[in-house]
Design a protein around this ligand. Structure first.
Ligand code: FE
Ligand code: FE
Ligand code: ZN
Length: 299
């Protein structure tokens, strides 16, 4: 059983996300817990959650992967930014208990010149304030591209966050293929086995809870973090498909965060996920995918 899904808009609530996932041929999905660039959160309705839980059970969904807002930075220099991070994190974990036993993924943070050691200390401190023994949600540290002063470019940094928390059993990792490639590691061919070996020695490969499956617009080591559609970037379909179907990670949900396809002469753009999920299920790259999406949507 392989769980594949994509990012889905949470603006219409849980049941709507569940129905959308089914339409895409997905059996897991990711969503923002609140406005990704602002921070405000909508109230959760139990009735909506109950409807969703039924859809998820009937659809045989794997674990869901909630994503914290991009503005959440536990190791910012500004105190009000760190305060927002703590409060949003706490509130998100409280709200996650409406859908018990799923994942909450966040970018560890950017130390903005304070150095990675101080950054890691502040991140661990926020986690220690918020991770509770009784919570059912597992918090995921995402592997990062290393843009600016991002922490999590090196597996070692994630390991040091684990080492600084009181309940490391509440933590696991979200492995983003675009970010890892941008951080300087080659995922192609034997490269993936070497990267996983390195991860295994540093953190333990059983700690990978989710893969973000994204191609990259940039070369290995670019440190840029710009996602590309599967097979259209520098990582390539073969490598991404190999990761998705890898025996060691069969139960691990795979989430796509690839860009929408833009029509050339209009401002409209269309989600690629149904097509990309199908390519991964068929294990077959379609070089005409972008044209097909535009055609199907402009009919
Ligand atoms: Fe992310
Ligand atoms: Fe990601
Ligand atoms: Zn990214």
């Amino acid at each position: 059983m392989i769980y594949i899904g994509s990012h889905i808009s949470s603006s219409k609530g849980y049941a709507a996300m569940g129905r959308q996932a089914l339409k895409l041929g997905a059996d897991t999905f990711a969503f923002f817990t609140r406005n990704p660039r602002g921070g405000s959160a909508k109230e959760i309705r139990q009735e909506d959650v109950d409807k969703f839980l039924k859809i998820a059970e009937e659809g045989g969904f794997g674990k869901l992967v909630a994503h914290a807002p991009y503005t959440l930075n536990a190791c910012a220099t500004k105190e009000e930014v760190r305060t927002f991070a703590r409060e949003a994190f706490a509130d998100d974990l409280r709200r996650m208990e409406y859908i018990p036993g799923n994942y909450y993924n966040f970018h560890p943070g950017s130390h903005v010149g304070q150095g990675s050691e101080e950054g890691i200390r502040l991140i661990s401190e926020m986690l220690n304030e918020n991770l509770k023994k009784e919570q059912t949600t597992t918090v995921l540290l995402e592997t990062m591209a290393g843009k600016g002063s991002e922490i999590g470019r090196e597996f070692e940094e994630l390991k040091r966050i684990y080492d600084g928390v009181k309940y490391p059993e509440k933590l696991r990792v979200c492995f983003d293929t675009c970010h890892v490639s941008d951080s300087g590691l080659d995922l192609s061919g034997e490269g993936f086995e070497n990267v996983i070996d390195q991860f295994d020695k540093t953190i333990g490969k059983d700690q990978i809870a989710v893969f973000h499956i994204n191609d990259s617009k940039n070369v290995i080591g670019a440190g840029k973090d710009r996602h590309e559609n599967l097979g259209f970037g520098t990582i390539g379909f073969e490598t991404l498909n190999h990761i998705v179907h890898h025996k060691d990670f069969e139960q691990v949900p795979k989430i796509l965060e690839t860009p929408y396809i833009k029509a050339e002469d209009s401002k409209k753009s269309y989600p690629p996920y149904k097509y990309e999920i199908e390519m991964l299920k068929q294990e077959q790259f379609d070089p005409q995918m972008k044209e097909k999406i535009l055609e199907d949507n402009q009919k």
